[in-house]
Design a protein around this ligand. Sequence first.
Ligand SMILES: [Zn+2]
Length: 162
Amino acid sequence: MDIAFHGLAGLALSKALTGEYLPSAALFSMLPDLGAVPHFYHSVKNSSKISLKHFTGDYMGINYRGKFLSDFDRNIYWSTHSLFSLIPVSLIAFFIFGNIWWILSLSYLSHLIIDAFTHEHEASFHPLWPLSDWSISGKSYSSNKNVLFLSWFTLLVILLLQ
Ligand SMILES: [Zn+2]
């Protein structure tokens, strides 16, 4: 899902677990998409600069296909979306944030679980990468409006009920 969705999902999770909205939970739930920065950078770089219309068409086309532009971009993305990334993330959370480390780790994990249902093709969830490239594929939120609508509707209902 998009970065705003993940941030709000982290807030909802922290509220459910602690009774408070923790900004740090929002931050940790968005962290895995740091691994998408090289892909977005290269998507922008490889999109036409003739006009905004051409740029938007190229950019959307690149991202609609669900394929990375290079192995480097893909490997960085899969690294931050692997269950193994939870180990350093949990250690960092523990040493910086102390006793709420497990909430922050769960926030990070929530991102991976949400993406498992809302990403497909090369951007699907690769939980055991780099040991295995086995993946769990959902339905892409960027090419399926029902997935986008249902996900946001569910999250907003949860937030309103808290
Ligand atoms: Zn993601």
